[in-house]
Design a protein around this ligand. Structure first.
Ligand SMILES: C[S@@+](CC[C@H](N)C(=O)[O-])C[C@H]1O[C@@H](n2cnc3c(N)ncnc32)[C@H](O)[C@@H]1O
Length: 239
């Protein structure tokens, strides 16, 4: 039932497509949600699985810093970022990230025109395709993310059971027959005050395998929030 005749698991699993401030998530609302949900806590454990080249982790750091300021963002750091693909992790750690003009404008939009505060041009790279330039993320970004290789199917056991935020976005359809197993594992591992964030590609892509990912998460004990991609455990908070 899960077989995709057009692509082998390996082929699909290593698709690293990502972008800074990927549009499926309502970033402003998400930060508001984190601010209020975790208002009374001193430490929140944040995980970014399937982080690819780090674009998503850096987006979250920028958005937290620019909306909450340094002091109130600190409890969300460091972000533990993992990907099963060692090349993706090598790229994420390389201190050089490709950014096209559209991503650059999104960074300015999301950070009050502060692109230059977060990235400097990577003069060691001579790659230029007319749209994409390589930039070095500043220390404030790199110091707040810990990148390492990890397969969520095994690594999920490292998620702190309480007060955790797990971004596990835009890779679920690649798991094929492991999709139901991951739903179950996260539902068991993630407890009180935890938040799971999935991606638009996950909701749509899982339908191809006859899985309604949102419904399955709800059946296993996750609670819907106002954002269809964000789920919590035990507490629902409307904002
Ligand atoms: C399409 S990218 C998504 C990147 C990012 N999360 C986003 O939303 O832009 C999918 C990533 O999932 C990773 N991936 C696939 N299976 C994984 C697994 N079992 N554990 C961790 N990462 C995985 C791939 O290596 C790839 O980098």
């Amino acid at each position: 039932m899960y077989k995709d005749p057009k692509a082998s698991f390996k082929e699909l699993a290593y698709r690293n497509d990502t972008s800074i401030f990927r549009d499926d998530l309502l970033w402003d609302d998400f930060i508001k949600f984190l601010k209020f949900k975790y208002e009374d806590l001193k430490k929140v454990n944040v995980y970014n699985y399937a982080c690819s080249n780090g674009s998503e982790s850096f987006s979250l750091v920028m958005k937290l810093l620019s909306c909450l300021g340094k002091k109130d963002s600190e409890k969300f750091f460091p972000i533990i970022a993992k990907d099963v693909d060692s090349l993706a992790i090598e790229n994420a750690k390389s201190n050089s990230i490709p950014i096209d003009w559209f991503e650059k404008s999104k960074i300015n939009l999301h950070t009050d025109n502060n692109f230059a505060e977060y990235f400097t041009k990577d003069f060691s790279s001579n790659w230029y395709d007319g749209e994409t330039v390589f930039y070095c993320p500043v220390k404030e970004l790199t110091e707040n993310v810990r990148f390492s290789k990890g397969d969520i199917m095994k690594d999920y056991k490292r998620i702190e059971p309480e007060n955790s935020v797990v971004l596990a976005r835009n890779f679920w359809p690649y798991l094929l027959e492991d999709i139901p197993r991951l739903i179950l594992r996260l539902a068991e591992q993630m407890g009180k005050n935890s938040t799971l964030v999935i991606g638009g590609f996950d909701v749509n892509g899982c339908k191809n395998y006859n899985i309604d990912l949102r419904q399955e998460l709800l059946k296993k004990g996750f609670v819907a929030t106002d954002d269809p991609l964000v789920f919590t455990k035990h507490h629902q908070l409307r904002y």
